[in-house]
Design a protein around this ligand. Structure first.
Ligand code: BES
Ligand code: MN
Ligand code: ZN
Length: 500
């Protein structure tokens, strides 16, 4: 779908979308259209429950007085409801309601709303962003797509005052959408196609955007002493990888790149559980156990795409967790890169083992301002928070506040859970420095305590995204499937706080 911004005015063909505010008051363009159509729009409102509330729409087919196929009237809600996010959702809903238009052209006509915080041009770019986000599809493996199942919309055109500014702002927003789409693509790929080596190759493609991308193989990781990460991958015929991505768009001090911010992702390309094997029902979901890594990769793409003025590193640990003749056994003791030993009591608690080495490596090599890691780490977080908040764990209150704020800004919400010495004790081992599972209860917290043992004193936050990475239903700007939860959030964290 092409998105274009054009000068104000009503189109003569295709589908036109016009607005009304709460109370049912029509915009100037809607009123003009009503007049052309002999009062059909106002009559339709009287014959319906349309009140101009947000989320409401009213469709008029083939109105008299012109060649339009359809008029779609959408509610903006109350004037104070006109925000970035609401406009994005509106764009998503407009896309969903018009994607099957027969003639391919949809024109949204936006007039300024008196008293609103946003101009028509600002509204336009956010609506376009939302429509773009909603238009995502993953159908590369469908060989028999019937026309009825394919969107027929070709051009979404937005007519408003200040359309040149709207276009400019949208181009920057569309870079974030590019990152989101990349993440959704990676998360959707089947696990026979996407495994550590091929996922690393996907990350490598970011070099064309000006990122530095380095891929470490098993022999290099062995030399570094990454026994925790390598132990998880040893049962798989697919070799493990560690990918290090650097975006240096920020300042330099004395010719040296200033201290970066760091993002670390769990990339288990398939999690069978290993020898502590999972039940077969629903195991296919474990293709998206690399969701944390996909968010880090998509985020790096977004930051580079919009030329963010920040130095950021992204590190992802990529493994496949399989049973097999050489697989890790429950009871094995491994030595992590940090030197700390781990008794592996359950091979299905593998994400923390991967992150232990990835976090330590990132901390040692880059001495970052902070580290934020993302992982589909525990089923327990789904029990606690479902799919409306991700879990947040941290050793730093300020970082938590910034993350929570950014999450509210983009509606990718976080909820903080506690860390404490009492929980930390639950992972002490009888024979090693720690074990990879706690006792009964507090499964998400003991997993976070485990990670905390590998971050030293660096400000750090862990986002447990197991409940939010995959959506079973359509949301206004997120079609069902991979959500890319975290890309917009962390892009906003950077934009709010770390761009020089
Ligand atoms: N990848 C899973 C967590 C998960 C579960 C993500 C469901 C998404 C949906 C993780 O590796 C895992 O298996 N965790 C175990 C930990 C347990 C063995 C302590 C879990 O949550 O059951
Ligand atoms: Mn597991
Ligand atoms: Zn896992």
């Amino acid at each position: 779908m092409k998105i274009s911004f054009v000068k104000p005015g009503l189109p003569v063909t295709g589908v036109v979308v016009v607005t009304a505010i709460a109370g049912g008051k029509l915009s100037a363009s809607a009123a003009m259209l009503d007049k052309i159509a002999g009062g059909a729009i106002r009559r339709a409102i009287l014959g319906s429950n349309f009140k101009g509330n947000k989320g409401q729409t009213l469709n008029l087919l083939a109105p008299a007085g012109g060649r339009l196929d359809r008029v779609m009237l959408v509610g903006l809600g109350k004037v104070i409801d006109i925000t970035d996010l609401e406009m994005q959702k509106l764009g998503g809903r407009i896309y969903a309601g018009t994607q099957q238009v027969k003639k391919g052209l949809v024109t949204i006509v936006l007039d300024a709303v008196t008293g609103a915080k946003m101009s028509a041009s600002e509204m336009a770019s956010e609506i376009a962003f939302g429509a773009n986000l909603r238009s995502y599809r993953f159908d590369k493996y469908k060989t028999k797509l019937k026309p009825d199942n394919k969107p027929t919309i070709k051009t979404l055109s937005i007519a408003c005052a200040g359309f040149i500014n709207a276009r400019k702002k949208y181009i920057s927003l569309s870079k974030i959408a590019d990152g989101v789409f990349f993440t959704r693509d990676l998360v959707s790929e089947p696990p026979n196609i996407l495994y550590p080596d091929t996922l690393a190759k996907q990350a490598k493609t970011l070099e064309k955007l000006g990122l530095k991308v380095q891929v470490l193989g098993e022999s290099q990781m062995k030399r570094l002493g990454m026994g925790a990460l390598l132990g998880v991958g040893q049962g798989s015929v697919r070799e493990s990888r560690l990918v290090v991505m650097e975006w240096n768009g920020g300042s330099k001090s004395k010719g040296k790149i200033a201290q970066p911010v760091a993002f670390v992702g769990k990339g288990v390309t398939f999690d069978t559980g290993g020898i502590s094997i999972k039940p077969s029902a629903g195991m296919e979901d474990m293709k998206w156990d690399m969701g944390g890594s996909a968010v880090v990769i998509g985020l790096m793409k977004a930051l580079a795409g919009r030329q963010a003025k920040v130095n950021a590193v992204g590190v992802v640990g990529l493994v496949e967790n399989m049973p097999g003749g050489n697989a890790q056994r429950p009871g094995d003791v491994v030595t992590s890169m940090s030197g700390q030993t781990i008794e592996v009591l359950n091979t299905d608690a593998e994400g923390r083992l991967v992150l232990a080495d990835a976090l330590h490596y990132t901390n040692e090599r880059f001495k970052p301002k902070f580290m934020v890691n993302l992982a589909t780490l525990t089923g327990a977080i789904i029990v606690s928070l479902g799919s409306h908040h991700a879990g947040l764990f941290s050793n730093n209150d300020q970082l938590c506040e910034k993350l929570t704020r950014a999450g509210e800004d983009v509606e990718e919400r976080l909820w903080r859970l506690p860390l404490s010495d009492a929980y930390d004790k639950m992972i002490n081992s009888q024979i090693a420095d720690m074990q990879n599972i706690g006792g009964r209860g507090a499964g998400s917290i003991t997993a976070a305590q485990f990670l905390q043992r590998f971050v030293g004193k660096t400000p750090w936050a862990h986002l447990d995204i197991a409940g939010v990475t995959w959506s079973k239903s359509d949301q206004p700007t997120v079609p069902k499937g991979g959500t890319a939860f975290g890309v917009r959030l962390l892009d906003r964290l950077v934009a709010n706080n770390y761009e020089s």
